[in-house]
Design a protein around this ligand. Structure first.
Ligand SMILES: *Cc1c(COP(=O)(O)O)cnc(C)c1O
Length: 372
């Protein structure tokens, strides 16, 4: 590596491939696997992750936006790419042109898709989004069959699948989960009873894939587990995943300070005695949450060291013993391993008062990704 900057993210694509294989072994050969690579693959890099996931057996890709889908198409990726929410009507022609499969939840979008398909002289497929109780997007479950009926006259569009998304999939033995599953199953049955083919039926995100075999249907949609991260503590024992992401930096400055000297904005930390302070050149603009200031550790010089003082926009400081032999250029690990020690992304998320999902996708474009 030729460093232009002493702060970066490493992504282990072998871990991504292993996680795809692990999840596919859970769901079995008859269930399709969608790798969810929205938000730049949760900060891991959409194109390299998508390619690794497809090589390991992923059948389809899921993203949030049309831009994200186009990035995959521009990289030459040919598998079906879905947007998991319904884009603006004006995006319909672009979606038809690049064969991007929209989530569809409104009649207006169906009309826009139909006319874009007619204009292009093509068939456009969509997946109907059914709201099973989360009340985010989707056709209400009890109205789903009528909604499908109402699309009957629209030429050029084909319902390739129907899906829902659970609000409480990570809670084992949850009554609310059972109700959501019942509403979805009832909607699927009603659509079939009205004489329509529901195509590929899917509902499960990572936690549902791991914890609820009864909800796997024809396809699962895994995001967080693909990256080797657990959706919640409830899945820890249930599946063996390998985290793909490490966050690293090199020391940019070292100084010794004495008793009572303070560090960083607002002087929220004061040295309890003679102390070595190492500066790392990354901060909240890189995705290291300021809310975690003074609450997390990094691995440096073979030990776990506290981050001290407020995390700044581009830099942060680390506390070491007065006699520490740390030097500029030494490698520090915020997430990942150093020797026998390891720090998880979950530990940082807890310090930041948030979830691993948010920490991973907050790592900004400024952090160069290296693939190993
Ligand atoms: C983000 C998303 C997923 C993936 O969720 P994970 O918990 O990361 O597995 C699946 N389905 C939909 C509709 C989503 O928006």
């Amino acid at each position: 590596m030729s460093y232009r900057r002493y702060a970066w993210v490493e992504v282990d694509l072998g871990a991504i491939a292993d996680n795809v294989r692990t999840l596919k072994s859970i769901i079995g050969p008859k269930t399709l696997f969608m790798a969810v690579v929205k938000a730049d693959a949760y900060g891991h890099g959409a194109v390299p992750v998508a390619k690794a996931a497809i090589a390991a057996g992923a059948d389809r890709l899921g993203v949030a936006t049309v831009e994200e889908a186009l990035e995959l198409r521009d990289a030459g990726i040919k598998v079906p790419v879905h947007t998991l929410s319904e884009p603006p009507l004006t995006a319909a022609p672009l979606m038809v042109e690049h064969d991007i499969v929209p989530a569809l939840a409104t009649r207006d979008f169906a009309i826009a898709l139909s006319s874009a398909a007619a204009q292009a002289g093509r068939q456009a497929r969509f997946h109907l989004k059914i709201d099973s109780g989360m009340n985010r997007i989707g056709v209400r479950s009890e109205e789903a069959a009528d909604f499908v009926e109402s699309l009957r006259g629209l030429p050029g569009i084909r319902m390739e699948g129907v899906f829902t998304h659970f609000a409480t999939a990570d809670v084992p033995g949850d009554w609310d989960f059972d109700r959501q599953l019942e509403r979805f199953s009832a909607a699927v049955s009603a659509i079939r009873s009205a004489g329509f083919d529901t195509g590929i039926v899917h509902a499960s995100n990572s936690p549902a894939t791991i914890l609820h075999p009864e909800a796997r249907f024809d396809m699962v949609r895994c995001g967080i587990a693909l990256y080797g991260l657990h959706p919640a503590s409830s899945t820890y024992g249930a599946v063996d995943l390998r985290p793909a992401m490490s966050v690293k930096a090199r020391v940019s400055h070292v100084k010794r300070i004495g008793l009572g000297e303070a560090v960083s904005y607002g002087f929220t930390y004061q040295a309890p005695g003679p102390t070595t302070i190492a500066t790392l050149p990354l901060g909240y603009a890189d995705g290291v949450h300021r809310a975690a200031s003074n609450k997390f550790s990094v691995l440096l010089g073979g030990r776990e060291c506290r981050q001290v003082g407020r995390v700044c926009m581009d830099q942060m400081m680390i506390e070491l013993p007065a006699d520490a032999s740390v030097r500029v250029g030494d490698e520090a690990v915020l997430v990942g391993s150093q020797g026998a020690l390891a720090l998880s992304l979950d530990a940082f998320a807890e310090a930041a008062g948030t979830i691993n999902y948010e920490v991973a996708c907050a790592l900004s474009m400024r952090m160069q990704r290296y693939y190993i």
